[in-house]
Design a protein. Sequence first.
Length: 298
Amino acid sequence: MTGADSLQAALIAARCVHFAAVSVMAGAPAMARLAGPGATDGDGDGRRVGWLVAAVVALASGAAWVAAEAGQMSGDPADALRPSAIGDVLAHTSVGHVWIVRFAVLMVGLALGLWPQGRRWLSARAAVGLAAAASLAWAGHGAADEGVRGWIHVLADAAHLAAAGLWLGALPVLLVLAFGPPPRAARALAAFSGVGPALVAVLVATGLVNGWLLVGWGPLAALAGSPYVRLLAIKLVLFAGMLALAALNRLRLTAAVAREAEAALPALRASLAIETALGLAVLAVVAALGVTAPPTSF
């Protein structure tokens, strides 16, 4: 593997870890807030530690992302380890300016987790997490477009990232609650089921907009030869799997946990664990999509 290939792999890994961390920052406090006091009482310290870990990981993976970008922009992989090259990217490029703002947001997030806080702070944490997730739109393919098309692309991308962050970040909270008392799990599932369809609607609508802008409507045979389209197809298959599990949770397992309690929890845990694994796979594919040229760039 060449230095450039290693740098590309490091960039994809940093992107994947960063996406996962900001998703937790957005979705976990939102899910805890949505579930209500009865569902997460007594978990304040655990939530704070989880938030701190996510914020630290987001900052570290963001720094690795920028360092890898510095090496790619200069064409010299060694620049990924040179502070001067990284500083040049931050100071003299538009993507660097975006990252300066994003690092400031993440530092605010880190500060929010440095002292014990009540439930009223969950909304503030969720807002910071959503800002961190949505602002990734200005570091993606959409930022390369200009004019009205550029604004449509970036805003659709931001909404897509925010909705994805809320869904993916909520899954670990639901999985943890599924190992607790059945009434808590049932209340949390019912609460998430109320907003889940809206998140899916946003993801589908913004995904169609992004697909149109990045892939276009060319002949399927021609599009199938694009590495970007092949990765996108994998993402859609994984998303369909998540959607099927979410429907199972909403239509069958939520009621089963409320009715049968302990007997239904193993199926719920398995469903949520698989859905979480599929979500992580989606993030890995998205990380690779971000460094792959879409068909409309040719």
